[in-house]
Design a protein around this ligand. Structure first.
Ligand code: NAD
Length: 257
């Protein structure tokens, strides 16, 4: 039975992924603030370290799959918390769990980024340098200078940096025998999206965001792609970002891919 860790397993896409993987015969260790096998706050360095220690103990140093779903939307304040969970919470667990994945059976990992990752070029990502340096304090200063744009910047910049982090690991993870990919959803009906819709600063923009497939995704539709990327049918897919956005990116940037 494959052993899989899922962060953000208590809600939305993470919960749907847990259901899909259970149905496919996986044993799942969920990580979340609550309602999970491992309770941890991935917004702090101590919380991430404690989560990694607990996971390595629970899996006995051998893990088959990892899915990083935990994340916060642009409406969450302070914006530094968005960056802390979406970027640092993901990359620190990726790196901490690679040794266990190396010992797994056909091991693989999927990181949940966002179509928002394509809204910024890395060369124009104002947080690129400080995120590369792993400097959370400097990142906080950049966000403070962004004023009322801080939430949107934290979200798009964290997802842009997360996708870059996955792509930059392709060589080392390939050599280690562990496949690593990202999924970039568009708007998905989850509590995160509902909270954004309810926020007067972001609601109207989210409401007017129309995909070529004229509806929002269901969590199960993202979970199905995550399950595919984790499994043997995706055995030569590595370092890729799979957009699951109903055609948003293709419509917005048909000549850039
Ligand atoms: P959600 O709010 O339903 O689930 C997110 C989960 O992450 C929650 O269970 C929450 O408790 C957990 N989490 C948040 N902060 C945490 C912390 N500090 N420590 C541990 N766990 C924490 O949201 P969702 O929409 O399912 O989001 C899942 C992922 O999908 C996120 O990374 C999000 O950015 C991404 N995403 C969502 C959408 C969308 O429209 N819903 C679109 C693109 C990308």
């Amino acid at each position: 039975m494959p052993l899989t860790v899922i962060t953000g397993a208590a809600s939305g896409i993470g919960a749907a992924t847990r259901l899909a993987l259970h149905a496919a015969g996986h044993a799942v260790i969920g990580v979340d603030l609550r309602d999970a096998e491992v309770s941890a706050d991935l917004s702090t360095a101590q919380g991430r370290a404690a989560a990694a220690d607990a996971l390595l103990t629970r899996c006995g140093g051998r893990l088959d799959h990892l899915v990083l779903c935990a994340g916060l939307g642009p409406h969450v304040e302070p914006a530094s918390r968005v960056l802390a969970v979406n970027y640092f919470g993901a990359v620190q667990l990726l790196d901490a769990l690679l040794p266990a994945l190396r010992g797994g059976n056909q091991p693989s990992a999927v990181v949940v980024s966002s179509v928002a990752s394509t809204q910024l070029d890395w060369d124009r990502n104002p947080l690129a340098t400080v995120l590369d340096a792993g400097d959370e304090a400097a990142a906080q200063a950049v966000l403070q200078a962004a004023g009322e744009r801080a939430g949107q910047l934290a979200y798009a910049a964290s997802k842009n940096a997360l996708t870059v982090a996955v792509r930059r690991r392709a060589a080392a993870w390939g050599a280690a025998g562990v496949r690593l990919n990202s999924v970039a959803p568009g708007a998905v009906e989850t509590p995160l999206l509902q909270a954004g819709l309810a926020d007067p600063r972001y609601g109207p923009a989210i409401e007017s965001f129309k995909a070529p497939i004229p509806r929002r995704a269901r969590s199960a539709e993202i979970a199905a792609v995550i399950a595919f990327l984790l499994g043997p049918q995706a055995s030569y897919v590595h370092g890729a970002q799979l957009l699951v956005d109903g055609g948003v990116d293709a419509a917005a940037r048909p000549t850039r891919f």
